[in-house]
Structures are given as C-alpha cells and as structure tokens.
Design a protein around this ligand. Sequence first.
Ligand code: 13P
Length: 256
Amino acid sequence: MRRKIVAGNWKMNKTLAEGMELISEIAASPASSEVLKIIACPFIHIPGAVQELKALHGFAIAAQNCSEHASGAYTGEISAAMIASTGATHVIIGHSERRQYFNETAAVLTQKVNHALANNLVPIFCIGENQEERNSNQHLEVVKKQLKETLYHLAPADFSRLIIAYEPIWAIGTGLTATSHQAQGMHNFIRSEINKKYGKEISENTSVLYGGSCNAENAKELFSCMDVDGGLVGGASLKATDFINIINSFTVSPTE
Ligand code: 13P
C-alpha cells in the first residue's frame, strides 16, 4: 500500500515567529492519522518544527533544497548532512522554481539527490511541464526526460525511497489546477514509466503527489484519483485551517 502524503511547501514565507505560530496551530489541529504530513518550511524553522512535532504521530519535516556539495567553502549553502542533523527527514529537490530561477540542471539535481540519499533524507523530487510544453502536447516526453536524466542512475533500493511530485508549472501559484483527468493521466504515465525502469513492485509503492494550486476545495477530487497519492501544497499550506482541511480530504476510496 502506498503512503498517503500531504506536504506543505512554505517557499520563502514566514518570519521565525510567524512560522512557529503556524507550526503550533497545525500541531493543535486534528489531522487524519492515515496521512503522512510533511512540513517543508524554510531552514530557519526546521529545528523548532522538529521539536514541536516530534511527539506527534505522522508528521515529518522537510527542507526545500540542499546543496549539491557535501561540505566546504560554499558560502550560504546548506548540505544534506546539516539538514539531517536537525532531525528533518525529507528534502524537496528539483522544484520548478529552483530549476527556473537558480538554473538547477539535471546534473546538479542528480548530485543533490545523491547527497540526500547518502544522508538518509527522502527526496521529494519534482517534475512537470510548462504551459507551452502542455499546449504542444510534449508534456509526457518532458516528464519522462526529467525522470530519466536525474533519477535513473539510482539502484532500485535507492529509487524506492523517493517520493515523486508532479507539479505542472502552469498550475503553480496561478489558481489553474490540473483537472482530475489531467492529473490521473499524468500520474498513471509516471507510474508506468517507473514500472518500465524499476518494475511493478517499486512503481506500485512509489507515492506520486500532485502540486499546483491544490486547495481545500479541489483536494478531495484530486486525491480520489487512483494514482494521485496526495499533494505538494504551496499557498494553501500557509494557513493551518486550509492545510488541515486538505489533509482531511482523504476520506474517500480511490477511483480511476
Ligand atoms: P501552489 O500550491 O501555491 O500553487 O504551489 C505549488 C507548489 O509549487 C508546491 O511546491
């Protein structure tokens, strides 16, 4: 059985005090115990978030990025080992904002994935096409290439530790959500590609999350798709009630 997961990506939001208040609100709200709840907060909040949530069942803390280097003279960078030393267990890698604004190439992302895994962090690896690629019907090829370029060097045992997040760029922060039909179609394609490379058992057990204007209104329909195992939520994760409502959207059995 694949794990149901809702991850909140705060991006570059919240001062230390604001972030800790949000963590406290989330901790105080009743959230489905069936769902793994991941908070991908800025680095500054990680130790406090780990402290606040460690006694609660089903929470994990993620970083939003890690360095492609192990350690050394890289001013301003944070390594996978440093993240792991805080008690965080996950790290987002390959978010489209980092690919686009920080020029993160497939080669760089491969190094990041390798360092994360070497430090026992679970990468939440993001893939997804832009509007032009979707319009010209290249979206399947784009996503296939992103998987292949950065992940297919991994041994099966390592690949099986990953979480994949499908985030169509045209849906991020735009209020334009993929329809459940579009999401299911892509998630099914991703799973079939993983099946081709790593076999049925690994493909059936890999959680594939949807991200892109996911909110309390549309989460239920998206999460009811057979191959959608949860969400990677940006804007709507910045309010405790919205985030909790999204988590608690997992009430229905999956349908095709
Ligand atoms: P929004 O939910 O704000 O569209 O962001 C999605 C995202 O990029 C999560 O990583």
